[in-house]
Design a protein around this ligand. Structure first.
Ligand SMILES: Cc1ncc(C[n+]2csc(CCOP(=O)(O)OP(=O)(O)O)c2C)c(N)n1
Ligand SMILES: [Mg+2]
Length: 353
């Protein structure tokens, strides 16, 4: 049987070693906690929202919050984030309204944002295609002499895709200021990471591109933060890209449409749940006297309120006009579209749009 992440000694850790991280005072530690609580609240509410039939399929990121918050807090606001569907709510950490992300999951155009408003690229569903986008943007920043860097999130499964290799190689050759952040949660839907690669660890791939790699405990927000910050510092100083492999184990289904009982190691899932990343960090903060009951309650209340307001706002948005289905399909739409749209409106009887 597989063992939990803490049993893998080569991973970088902070929380389990009860270390402190340079440059993180009480305020910064609490900001990290706020971000994790916000992400956790968004995720749990979204699953309920899905069960009520108010959003479509949703990619759950429960227990991925340490990777997401730890990585983003190591960035500056000018740095760009390239998320996959697993990091769909990452914009929350850059001030994006929760309703925008809820709209995205409803397939509503109000869920499309201008990436330049938040330095957060569009959520990428095709696996790994965001990696060359991020490499290109990072290279562009370097050519322009700007100090901003980019960070691309992708999964273990993405390392088998051509786009990952092209992006990583490009970034290595051109020394683009990029962090290749691999969320290794052990699964690509039902394919385990052991069937994905013959390499001992995904981080070993970095050597092939001539770039440094670091392997961290993905359930340890402080280890993720520390490793990503080192990678970003290196990128900003002209040292090129770094591959960060954050190791965890997916404790929730791949998405709301998935039933993992058919393939997953249920015993391990239970162990992971007991050691989930938010609780681990909360215990660390309490041990170090940074967090108490009142503050914790206030942080959780704020996150719940933000989410409640986001849902109200999303619900108030009228349905999109169905003409949108046609409008953006062709530069020169075929003549039949006008008839097709009229027919669709007639069939729907004015029920939509
Ligand atoms: C190019 C492409 N191929 C296949 C899929 C179908 N697909 C959706 S999620 C997924 C698994 C990806 O696993 P991983 O990269 O480990 O990310 P995780 O879902 O674990 O975060 C696949 C194959 C897709 N979205 N895009
Ligand atoms: Mg995965």
């Amino acid at each position: 049987m597989a063992h939990v992440a803490q049993g893998e000694p080569e991973l970088r850790r902070v929380i389990d070693e009860d270390r402190e991280v340079d440059g993180l005072g009480d305020q910064e530690l609490l900001e990290l906690y706020r971000s994790m609580v916000l992400l956790r609240t968004y995720d749990e509410r979204s699953v309920v929202y899905h069960r009520q039939g108010r959003i479509g399929t949703y990619a759950i990121f429960w227990n991925h919050e340490a990777m997401q918050a730890g990585a983003v807090h190591a960035l500056e606001d000018d740095d760009w984030i390239f998320p996959s569907y697993r990091e769909s709510a990452i914009g929350l950490l850059r001030g994006m309204p929760a309703s925008t992300i809820l709209h995205w999951w409803r397939g509503h155009p109000a869920g499309w944002w201008n990436p330049a408003d938040y330095n957060v690229a569009s959520i990428c569903v095709p696996i790994a295609t965001q990696v060359p986008h991020a490499a290109g943007l990072a290279w562009g920043k370097k050519l322009k002499g700007e100090r901003a860097c980019a960070l691309a999130f992708f999964g273990d499964g993405a390392t088998s895709e051509g786009a990952f290799h092209e992006g990583a190689n490009f970034a290595g050759v051109f020394q683009a200021p990029l962090v290749l952040f691999c969320n290794n949660n052990g699964w690509a839907i039902s394919t385990p990471v052991g069937a994905q690669t013959h390499a001992e660890a995904l981080v070993d791939k970095a050597a092939g591109y001539g770039i440094p790699g670091v392997r961290v405990d993905g359930g340890d927000v402080l280890a993720v933060y520390e490793a990503t910050r080192e990678a970003i510092d290196r990128a900003r100083e002209g040292g090129g890209p770094t591959f960060v492999e954050a190791v965890s184990y997916r404790a929730a289904p791949h998405a709301t449409a998935d039933d993992p009982r058919a393939y997953i190691d249920l015993e391990r899932v239970e162990l992971e749940k007991q050691n989930e990343c938010l609780g681990r960090y909360e215990r660390y903060l309490r041990r170090h006297g940074v967090l108490g009951d009142d503050l914790d309650a206030e942080i959780r209340r704020e996150a719940a309120e933000l989410m409640r307001a986001g849902i109200v706002e999303a619900e108030a948005e009228p349905d999109a006009d169905i003409a949108l289905l046609f409008e953006n399909a062709y530069a020169n739409p075929p003549a039949s579209f006008a008839h097709d749209l009229a027919e669709l409106r007639r069939v729907l009887g004015g029920g939509l749009g």
